[in-house]
Design a protein around this ligand. Structure first.
Ligand SMILES: Cc1cc2nc3c(=O)[nH]c(=O)nc-3n(C[C@H](O)[C@H](O)[C@H](O)COP(=O)(O)OP(=O)(O)OC[C@H]3O[C@@H](n4cnc5c(N)ncnc54)[C@H](O)[C@@H]3O)c2cc1C
Ligand code: SF4
Length: 510
C-alpha cells in the first residue's frame, strides 16, 4: 500500500491549501519544532513562541480530519533537523512517497532539494498557494532592465489581479497617493489602543527555556499578544479595517514615543506564516472601503493595498531573482559592529531608545521605525550588513529571510547598490523630528550639529555622504545634497566630520 508523508513548515499554516480539501488515510502530515530553526539566529522569545503556538494550534485543528505527526522540541526521538527527522520517519513508518510545499527561504529550499535527491522514495513538491505572484514573475517582468522599480511592478500587479482598476486604468485615475500619506500625529491625537490577544503559553515558554534556546526580548507568558490561529488573525484583520484603516495612509509614516503600532495592521506575522492570505486581506479592505466610503478615504485604502500587492510581492520577487548572491552584498564595504545598546535600548538617543525598547517588548516596530530610526542609524554608522541582518532577523515576530533580508540589506542598508531603492534611506534629525514626537524630550538637541548635545544623526549624515561621494554623487536623486555639502565652509565640514568621528569612536556610550 502506498503511504505518503507530507511536510508542513512552520510558515506554511495555510488551512485553505488544496492539500487539505480531502482527507486520505494513506497521507500523514508532519510538523516539527527543531533546533535548526530556533538556532539559525538569536530570535525574540515571542517569535519562537508565536511560531510554535501557531504550529501546535494548526496541527490540532488538522488532526480532526487528517493523520498528523507533531514532533515537539523536547520529544525524545526529535533529531532536531528537518532532514534527519524526515529520514527517520520514512524508515519508521515505511512511507513510500514524500511531499512538501515550496519553502519561502532559500536555505530550506536547498535543504529539501538535497534531501529529495538522497531519498530512495519518490517525491513531489507543491506550490504553497499563498502569494499573488510566482517566484519567477518579478525576474521575468524586469528581464533586461537595469532598475527594478517597485512602482512598475505594483502597477503590473494591480492590472493583473484587477485590483482597484477601471479597465486598464487605475480607479480614480491616479496610481499613487504617497504624498498625502506623510502626516505627523497631531499633538492631541490619540490612536485607538491596539487589539491584543491573551493566550496563555506558559508551557511553551517553559519548554523553550528548559531547552536552553538563546532568545532576546521579553514577554508575558500568561497573555501572549500575537494571533496564533486563523480565527484570531481574522479578528485582528477585522479590527484593522474597522478601527485603523480610516487613518492608515495618513499616519503610516508617523512615529510617537507613546504608541507602538499607531494605525498599522500588525497582520505581517499572520500573513507570513500563511494563517491568512494576501488575497483575503486585500478583498477585506476593499469590501470595507466599499461599505464605508465616507469614513475611509481612497488614499488610506490605496496606501494599504500598495503594501500588500506592491511591496510584499515585490520583495519576494527580488529575493528569488537575486539570491543567494544578495546575502553577500555590501556595496559600501561597511565593517562596523552594532552598538551594544541595540540589544537593550539603553541609549540617550530617544528615537532609538523607544524603537529598540518597544521591539524588545513587543517583537514589533512599524515600517518607518525599522527604516528611518534603527536602519537609518545602522547605515550612517557604517555597520556591516551581516550584523544588521542578524538583528532584524532575530528581533521581529514577522522576520522570515525572504522579506527581512530584502528590506534590510536592500531597502534599508543599500548594500545591494540600488536594486531595491533608488537612493539610500538616510536622514538627519530634521526628518525624524518632522515625523515623530521623539526629539522634544531627547538628551540630544535636534538642531545642533556639532558640540555638546549635538544630535548624532546630524554629523553622521554628512559624514556618510562625504565618505561615499564616489559611489553616490552621480546619483541624480542625491546631487542636490552634494551641492549643499560642497558649498559648506571647510571649517564647518571639518567640525562635522570630527564630530561624527568622535561619535563613532564612542558609539556604545551614545
Ligand atoms: C529594515 C526593515 C526590515 C523589515 N523586516 C521585515 C520582516 O522581517 N518581515 C516583514 O514581514 N516585513 C519586514 N519589513 C517590512 C515592514 O516594516 C513590515 O512588514 C511591517 O512593519 C509589518 O507591520 P504591519 O503588519 O503592521 O504592517 P502595515 O504597515 O500594516 O502594512 C501592511 C502589510 O504590508 C506588508 N508590507 C508593508 N511594507 C512592506 C515591505 N517593505 N516589505 C514587505 N511587506 C511589506 C506587510 O505584509 C504588512 O503586514 C521590514 C522593513 C524594514 C525597513
Ligand atoms: S534629537 Fe536626534 S537622537 Fe534625539 S530623538 Fe531627535 S533625532 Fe533622535
Amino acid at each position: 500500500m502506498s503511504k505518503t508523508l507530507r511536510l508542513i513548515l512552520g510558515d506554511q499554516l495555510n488551512s485553505q491549501h488544496s492539500w487539505f480539501s480531502t482527507s486520505d488515510d494513506s497521507v500523514t502530515y508532519v510538523l516539527m519544532e527543531v533546533r535548526s530553526e530556533t538556532d539559525y539566529a538569536v530570535h525574540h522569545i515571542q517569535k519562537v513562541v508565536g511560531f510554535f503556538a501557531a504550529m501546535r494550534s494548526f496541527a490540532s485543528e488538522l488532526s480532526k480530519n487528517h493523520s498528523v505527526i507533531y514532533i515537539t522540541l523536547d520529544a525524545n526521538d526529535n533529531r532536531q533537523s528537518f532532514e534527519e527527522n524526515i529520514i527517520h520517519l520514512i524508515e519508521q513508518h515505511q512511507f513510500t512517497h514524500f511531499e512538501y510545499q515550496l519553502p519561502d527561504e532559500y536555505r530550506l529550499d536547498a535543504i529539501l532539494q538535497q534531501l529529495c535527491q538522497k531519498l530512495s522514495i519518490t517525491t513531489t513538491v507543491y506550490d504553497s498557494e499563498h502569494f499573488l505572484s510566482t517566484r519567477q514573475e518579478l525576474g521575468d517582468f524586469f528581464e533586461g532592465k537595469k532598475t527594478f522599480l517597485m512602482e512598475s511592478f505594483y502597477r503590473f500587479m494591480r492590472k493583473k489581479h484587477d485590483v482597484l482598476m477601471e479597465g486598464n486604468q487605475p480607479l480614480t485615475g491616479k496610481w499613487n497617493y504617497d504624498e498625502e500619506n506623510r502626516k505627523k500625529l497631531p499633538a492631541q491625537h490619540k490612536p485607538i489602543a491596539p487589539l491584543v490577544f491573551e493566550t496563555d503559553v506558559t508551557d511553551l515558554v517553559t519548554m523553550i527555556q528548559n531547552a536552553n534556546c538563546k532568545t532576546i526580548g521579553t514577554m508575558n507568558s500568561k497573555a501572549f499578544l500575537w494571533p496564533i490561529n486563523r480565527g484570531q488573525s481574522l479578528e485582528l484583520l477585522d479590527f484593522f479595517v474597522t478601527e485603523c484603516l480610516p487613518f492608515f495612509g495618513t499616519f503610516q509614516d508617523a512615529m510617537s514615543p507613546e504608541e507602538w503600532s499607531i494605525y498599522h495592521s500588525r497582520v505581517s506575522f499572520s500573513m507570513n506564516v500563511k494563517l491568512i492570505s494576501p488575497k483575503e486581506v486585500i478583498d477585506r479592505v476593499i469590501e470595507e472601503w466599499q461599505r464605508r466610503p465616507e469614513a475611509i478615504q481612497y488614499n488610506q485604502l490605496e496606501g494599504f493595498v500598495r503594501q500588500i500587492i506592491g511591496w510584499r510581492e515585490y520583495m519576494r520577487g527580488i529575493y528569488w531573482s537575486k539570491m543567494p548572491e544578495f546575502a553577500q552584498l555590501n556595496y559600501f564595504n561597511h565593517q562596523n559592529k552594532l552598538p551594544d545598546w541595540f540589544w537593550t535600548g539603553n541609549t540617550k538617543m530617544n528615537c532609538l531608545k523607544h524603537s529598540i525598547k518597544q521591539s524588545l517588548e513587543y517583537a514589533y516596530a512599524h515600517h518607518i521605525q525599522r527604516l528611518m530610526i534603527t536602519g537609518n542609524f545602522a547605515l550612517l554608522a557604517g555597520i556591516h550588513p551581516d550584523e544588521v541582518d542578524q538583528w532584524y532577523l532575530g528581533i521581529y515576530i514577522d522576520a522570515i529571510e525572504w522579506v527581512e533580508i530584502t528590506n534590510t540589506r536592500g531597502m534599508s542598508q543599500f548594500a545591494d547598490g540600488g536594486i531595491v531603492g533608488t537612493k539610500p534611506y538616510v536622514s538627519s534629525a530634521s526628518y525624524i523630528d518632522k515625523m515623530s514626537h521623539y526629539c522634544g524630550s531627547c538628551f540630544y538637541k535636534k538642531a545642533i550639529k556639532t558640540g555638546e548635545k549635538a544630535c548624532p544623526f546630524n554629523s553622521l549624515y554628512w559624514n556618510f555622504y562625504d565618505k561615499h561621494q564616489d559611489k553616490l554623487s552621480k546619483n541624480p536623486r542625491i546631487g542636490m545634497m552634494y551641492n549643499v555639502w560642497n558649498k559648506m565652509k571647510s571649517e564647518d565640514k571639518v567640525a562635522l566630520l570630527e564630530q561624527a568621528d568622535t561619535y563613532l569612536k564612542t558609539i556604545n556610550e551614545l
